[in-house]
Design a protein around this ligand. Structure first.
Ligand code: ZN
Ligand code: FE
Length: 254
């Protein structure tokens, strides 16, 4: 079976759109629908025909153009069961443990609720499309769920094998990096990464996708059990959820 092809492109002010293509079947999935014109331009540029939309959650910059793109392309729409009533034109609702096919390629659905209650991610063949759950050096704001739910959700992503590419939906990395160093200032891997991020952004290059082992080593939201992080917060021995909640609260007002 041929490898999946992925095409990434900017949308709105700081979103990314992604097309996933299987050359054997000719199927193409668009991850979320942040903005119609760049999605149509990406299809034109690649020469791929859109057959599916896969939504991660109901926010407007993720599902807001579902109806228009479905009307133009005739594609089907798969989205989160937990918020199916808020996903325009949804055809199939899926949740944790479900499988979505792109030709013969299987995507595994993970429930990563917290940012929104029903938020899902799609994991396939070393690629994970995570919407607004995990970001490079950050995580989504906890709008609808609890801190415990968000922490559990991030653990599912944290459990993905080394090498997994993480396709987050926003380019938030510069501000995330500025915050991360306040929580984990003695982390050498983080310092090195911050320098790399500055260079990428100075050259107007994306920091997405990121890679899960790099996030494990440098993302403060995945490091709530780290002794240095806990000591820095005067929370040595506290529960992972409490430490995570403290880091999230600090970021909300950073
Ligand atoms: Zn969102
Ligand atoms: Fe978003």
């Amino acid at each position: 079976m041929a490898a999946l092809e992925i095409y990434q492109f900017p949308c709105l002010s700081d979103n990314y759109g992604f097309l996933v293509h299987d050359s054997e079947s000719g199927e193409t999935a668009c991850i979320d629908t942040p903005e119609t014109a760049p999605i149509l331009a990406a299809l034109e540029k690649t020469g791929w025909t859109l057959t599916q939309i896969w939504n991660t959650h109901h926010h407007y910059d993720h599902a807001g153009n579902n109806e228009e793109i479905k009307r133009i392309t005739g594609c089907t729409i798969t989205g989160p069961a937990g918020e199916a009533d808020k996903i325009p034109a949804i055809d199939r609702a899926v949740d944790d443990g479900d499988t979505v096919m792109l030709g013969v390629h299987e995507a595994h659905v993970l429930n990563v609720g917290g940012h929104t209650l029903g938020h899902i991610a799609f994991h396939m063949e070393g690629h994970a499309f995570v919407g607004d759950s995990l970001f490079a050096l950050g995580c989504g704001r906890v709008f609808e769920g609890t801190m415990a739910q968000m922490w559990e959700s991030l653990q599912k992503l944290n459990a993905l094998p080394d090498g997994t590419q993480i396709y987050c939906a926003h380019e938030y990395t510069t501000s995330n990096a500025a915050f991360a160093v306040t929580i984990d200032p003695d982390n050498e891997a983080l310092s090195q990464r911050v320098a790399e991020i500055s260079a990428l952004r100075a050259a107007n290059k994306p920091t997405v996708p990121t890679e899960i082992a790099l996030e494990r080593a440098t993302n403060p939201f995945l490091r709530a059990t780290d002794a240095n992080v806990q000591a820095r917060l005067n929370m040595s021995g506290a529960s992972a959820v409490d430490v995570f909640a403290e880091i999230r609260a600090r970021k909300d007002s950073f």
